[in-house]
Design a protein around this ligand. Structure first.
Ligand SMILES: Nc1ncnc2c1ncn2[C@@H]1O[C@H](COP(=O)(O)OP(=O)(O)OP(=O)(O)O)[C@@H](O)[C@H]1O
Length: 240
């Protein structure tokens, strides 16, 4: 017997700015999957992440999300409050409904996990770009999400910071021995990162889902040429 799908989209379309940003998506994402969203600028990746996070409603179709699922979303430009790093995390945990003392403890633990213990008291907006990205990850981490949604998590990072963030993410995705499988959906222009992190790749273009393949098939030229020629053109242009 297979587990109930985490997330199901049936004929979902979303309008943004008077245009269709997503068009007729049918999709089910199972617990424990690591799904990469790839495609040209404006293809709908961020829109899909916001839809999955529940911050954008579908204009057409149905989105089924398990009730009570904890979601951690990290946006491309993390929105950080004009206060210290640890308060940014603790407030998020407190708003989730946990007591303040637990929120403070969770904040310090999460900051230690991402290597920001020394910067806990520093104003969040004075941290470097890479540190801000790690702080956003710590804030999501402290919420103990079952579903991680990351929009271009390493777009603004240099290769070393990017590798560190990927390592952190791997740790964050390892649930406890009895905990539920953690699911990841992320967008990335870095195909190397997609290959390292994803188990499944969704290729979007013009708001339509043109390929939905296991990662090995996506990076197999013959297979991709047969199943999604548009995605192959994109991959060829993106590869160095
Ligand atoms: N806030 C907004 N207001 C109006 N239109 C928007 C908004 N955000 C996105 N769109 C439009 O929705 C479509 C999909 O955009 P989206 O940001 O989801 O693409 P993307 O694949 O994430 O792009 P990128 O790779 O550049 O981040 C585009 O046509 C875009 O112009």
């Amino acid at each position: 017997m297979t587990a109930a799908p985490r997330l199901t989209l049936r004929g979902v379309s979303v309008r943004r700015g008077g245009r269709w940003a997503l068009r007729g998506l049918d999709l089910a994402i199972q617990p424990g999957e690591r799904v990469a969203l790839v495609g040209p600028n404006g293809s709908g990746k961020s829109t899909l992440l916001r839809l999955l996070a529940g911050v954008l409603p579908p204009d057409e179709g149905d989105l089924l999300r398990p009730p009570g699922q904890r979601v951690g979303m990290v946006f491309q430009q993390p929105y950080l409050l004009r206060t210290s790093a640890w308060l940014n995390v603790a407030l998020a945990v407190w708003l989730q409904g946990r007591p303040w003392s637990q929120a403070v403890q969770a904040a310090h633990e999460a900051l230690a996990q991402v290597g920001l213990a020394q910067q806990a008291g520093q104003p969040a907006r004075t941290l470097s770009g890479g540190q801000q990205q790690r702080l956003a990850l710590a804030r999501a981490w402290a919420l103990r999400p079952e579903l991680w949604l990351l929009d271009e998590p390493t777009a603004s990072l240099d290769p070393q910071a990017s590798a560190e963030l990927e390592a952190l993410l791997r740790r964050a995705l390892q649930g406890g021995p009895d905990g539920p499988a953690r699911t990841l959906v992320f967008s990335s222009h870095r195909l190397g990162q997609v290959r390292r992190l994803a188990t499944r790749v969704l290729y979007l273009q013009g708001g339509r889902l043109l390929a939905d393949l296991p990662v090995a098939a996506f990076f197999d030229v013959a297979e991709l040429a047969r199943r999604a020629p548009a995605a192959l053109r994109f991959v060829r242009e993106e590869l160095p």
